[in-house]
Design a protein around this ligand. Sequence first.
Ligand code: F6P
Length: 506
Amino acid sequence: MSEQDLAGWNALEALARPSLKDLFGDSERLARYSTELELPGGPIRFDWSKTHLSPDVERVLGEIAGTMDLAGKREQLFAGARINNTEGRAAEHAAQRGVGSDASVEEAGALHARMRALVDAIHAGVLGEVKSLIHIGIGGSALGPALAIDALARESALVDVHVVSNIDGCALEAAMAACDPAATLIAVASKTFTTTETMTNAASALEWLRDGGVDDPYGRVVALTAAPEKAVEWGVDETRVLPFSETVGGRYSLWSSIGFPVALALGTQAFGEFLEGAAAIDRHFIEAPLDKNVIVRAAFADLYYTQARGCQTRAVFAYDERLRLLPDYLQQLEMESNGKRVTADGQPLARPSAPVTWGGVGTDAQHAVFQLLHQGTHLIPVDFLAVKVPGHDLDPAHHRILLSNCFAQGAALMAGKASDDGARAYPGDRPSATIFCDDLNPATLGALIAFHEHRTFVSAMLLGINPFDQFGVELGKAIAKQIESGGGEGFDPSTEALLAAAGIGE
Ligand code: F6P
């Protein structure tokens, strides 16, 4: 299915490497690499001018994109072809927001209508008083809801949502301590409805409801899943099972009924705006020519750094407290999608795959990890994200200082500073990109997430890998289950000793 364009990557490595300062010698550079898109949530500026992208880099990556048939793969993605070849499935997250094959868009629309009806009924009091929702899920069934609610529902939540993912009971205990069982719903979010952490937490949450005097705990549960029959079998009434399609991957599922807590907290209209913001990015990805396509441009820069400059990590810093969970979300999206060692047809990958995605929130990170970005020996491309309109009503000085710091970091990384004293010298020529939103609202967040989804897809297509499976997570799960069921024997001496020390399997 996927050849690898080794000659193309060699050509990329062989290109001359002008510095950022030299690249800015071109007076057209800012106009060429900084693009403002008019989007439903307001404009977003994608400024890639402080990266080492150049017409030469773009030409070679454009050739690789041609060899790897990026345009054809993009068409297949949106047409609902079985692009997830190792699992024999399509990847139809965009259909959830109305961009895809007619049949899939129609199906998603019907499932959204079902979700909206339940959310509206809950808001109308059909399930009695609902002050809180404990949303139980993990990975893609938790990170998206957690991000969206933290970003958008800080003050205005219609229902107080607590997202619980970890099997460590401390997580569920903290959520339960903040809720009244008589006024709490439980959402069990799991594509497969088999994930150990989620099912264990869900069982304990039911127990808590029962202990708290709720006569029919299952009557307080909503299931969000692509395996509705399993949810019904587990005990959830069919009317409170919100299904989504098998063709929506876990880390791409926030747009589906996994977004139920977002709709419950923000209202169904806001959820619709969230989808619309993402759909606008889908359309840009499909329609904009390669050299004006902000998604392709970002992926080209990512590939340039991993493939030609040996970068093993890329960092993302949200200069907005409301987006503090975005780096976590992107870690799963990028590392679970593109952290692969073989191509889609199973051949060993001859090139590095995804970099490690990491990051944090500004300005906190400046006082903790930026030393290494400025003067360490690693070259680490950085993304900065910031928002023009602040999310608070305090003195505007807060936001002015926040944004000044964000832009100062990008400038400092690029410019550096000479000094005779080595410890005080900054080499500069360190790349960064800046995403600057006018406002943070549901549509903007939808656009930001969809931008990253497609950016990840483009990288995968040029490398020839399948970004939609995740077999790498299975081995550890299987061994844990084996140990849990008492069958874990014959491990290495270290593991045996740790199990014995914990008193497991005795
Ligand atoms: O183990 C990894 C994974 O399968 C992720 O891909 C997924 O988002 C997460 O677990 C949760 O899976 P589920 O939604 O089926 O519970």
